[in-house]
Ligand binder design. Structure first.
Ligand SMILES: [Fe+2]
Length: 260
């Protein structure tokens, strides 16, 4: 969001003539779900408050759907109830908390309707690529998502060994219209120098579609501001588009052929 000089702006904002964009974060684990994210609603709410205090206005909670922790109806009901309670509380301090999921590719998911896992009401589904091994199954899952008119949002490709070995794999996914989501933690070096360099290659080469926190806990909170500063220092105003949600698809269905 560009803001012209106004007296109400802070000194820092006046210096550069603009203020930060509002952050839209499509990847976090702030709703307790039995995974490695928040362990209670109390912890989840603390993480939400911290996200709001650090500039996030829309936050998607994306509980893991793992091979060993799938999403039977009982788990989904519990998650949706926790989300509803947290969303009510978060609205009081100005945070719009929405619900999606983060899919780890399995053959079982190829039999499921991807609409079940949408990021809120966006025509998009968040799925990760494996840290180790082939991306074949991930590509099949992304194709399955694409086939019903939804956009695969590919979580942290910079952390995948396959992408570290061959960035062409990431370029191929981006060319297909899939949105590559780089982690804020990767950009600021939380996962080590190799992952940090990988994240920056995706940003510098224009392959990164958006940055999200993948926030899990107090020690790895759902914050985007530090990564935003770093990307802004590199790209200037070009950084906004990676953080403010404009990269996300709208509508009910998307024809990916048109995005290519
Ligand atoms: Fe995640």
């Amino acid at each position: 969001m560009r803001v012209k000089h106004k007296p109400a702006l802070s000194e820092a904002a006046l210096q550069v003539g603009r203020v930060d964009p509002v952050f839209v974060d499509v990847h976090s684990h702030v709703v307790p779900s039995g995974d490695d994210g928040a362990q209670s609603n109390e912890e989840g709410l603390e993480l939400c408050r911290s996200a709001a205090q650090n500039g996030t206005t829309v936050l998607y909670a994306t509980p893991h759907v793992w091979p060993m922790l799938p999403l039977p109806p009982e788990r989904e009901e519990t998650i949706r109830a926790s989300h509803a309670e947290l969303a009510r509380a978060a609205a009081a301090f100005g945070l719009d908390l929405r619900l999606g999921f983060e899919l780890t590719p399995t053959t079982a998911l190829l039999e499921e309707d991807p609409n079940r896992f949408r990021l809120g009401d966006l025509p998009a589904v968040l799925m990760e690529v494996p840290f180790h091994g082939s991306l074949d199954l991930a590509e099949r899952l992304a194709e399955h998502i694409e086939a019903v008119g939804l956009v695969p949002v590919i979580a942290h490709p910079e952390r995948s060994q396959a992408v570290l070995d061959d960035q062409g794999l990431a370029a191929g996914m981006a060319e297909r219209g899939w949105l590559l989501q780089v982690n804020a933690t990767s950009i600021v070096g939380y996962h080590g120098a190799e992952i940090e360099a990988s994240a920056w290659r995706l940003v510098d080469d224009g392959l990164a579609g958006l940055v999200a926190s993948d926030g899990h806990r107090r020690a790895r909170p759902p914050h985007l501001n530090e990564a935003f500063r770093a990307v802004q220092a590199r790209l200037g105003e070009g950084a906004d588009a990676l953080f403010d949600g404009r990269a996300l698809p709208a509508g009910d269905r998307v024809d990916l052929a048109e995005r290519r």
